[in-house]
Design a protein around this ligand. Sequence first.
Ligand code: SF4
Length: 411
Amino acid sequence: MLAAMPPTPPPTPEPGEVRIRDRGDACPGALRLHPADDGRLARLRLPAGRLTARQAEVLARAAETLGDGRISITSRGNAELRGLAEDCGAELAALLAGAGLLPSPTHERVRNILASPGAGLDGLGSADVQLWARALDGALCAEPRAASLSGRFLFVLDDGRGDVAGLGGDVSLIAGPDGSVLLWLGSRVFRLAAADAVRAALTAALAFLDAAEAAGNGAWRPHELPEEHVPDWAGALARAGIAAEPVPVPPLPVSPPPAPGPLGDRALHVLAPLGRLTAAQLRALAEGADELRLTPWRGAVATADPARLPALASYGLITRPDAPGAGVTACTGRPGCGKSLADVRTDALAAPPGPLPVHFSGCARRCGHPHGAWIEVLATGDDTYLVDDVPTPRTSLTAAVAAARSLPHTR
Ligand code: SF4
């Protein structure tokens, strides 16, 4: 039977040791619902954002019958349901498990795997990292120790095009054109054979767990380890029988996300307005598609005929880079989040579209902000914002965002 999971307890510190945190990882999951001002919140990990058409239908039904009728897409390509009743946990878990969306209750929060959404579909990239993501998910769920990873620990699998390589992975695999792969572990990079990629990623994650336990400082991610406790990555890979050659750190490949529209001749890419899909929009996306891949840009790739794009636009999905709402995201804001200083989602509706992401935040926590260059719109009160640090009244937001779009950005 599926049951609510307690928070992971923090490891015990040595006497006199400095801890970076004293609480376990309270990241929400599908079995650990998080209280919010608009009800309970469930976060469902979807490795590589993948949903079959049947799973999409189950998720749409769960949103309609148990939540507020919408599915939020996170900056890691996961799905969130909001507005859930306090006592709906068992029913939600049963629905998700029945659709194969909870393959391991003990590992459900550690299946954080981002992969190039267009891999294998548009002729770009050097390897089908979507297949790697499935293999890594299976290996993670089969390894009991992996259940101790924090819900924030992230695997990133880039097919070489550079669309997700810069999204902050703790363990990143970047496919090379010659059948090799680069394994990035913070400031250490190793070249290895693609056939060893998945095993190497899991080995690195387990080496981190050993190091975190030895450090005893409650680290959730490798960069939180004290210098003297950084894992011996090379040794761990060698002990696992993986031939890994250390290489000088190359420039990280970085390319912009695909524009909404066709993706090759057998797939399409759309954005969800402010990162939320209605149940009807999710069903429309799944119609005629073999699978969906929710993206870190808060949209979805569908393996469907691009001729469906006009029909999807009629559901309010963003199908062109110049359509209203393109490149605009917002946190939950009021009324869903009690910390918010403004109804940022309503205010974001008027922001002009453009290729550079614009993110509205209701407070300085900046939940879900994009990686790389972006324009920040930060609420400072009921009617006041900072637009890239410039005080701006709410009535001038549209003009201020348009002006910010024309400037070079490094944020
Ligand atoms: S950024 Fe602040 S207001 Fe927005 S969801 Fe996060 S905590 Fe709430």
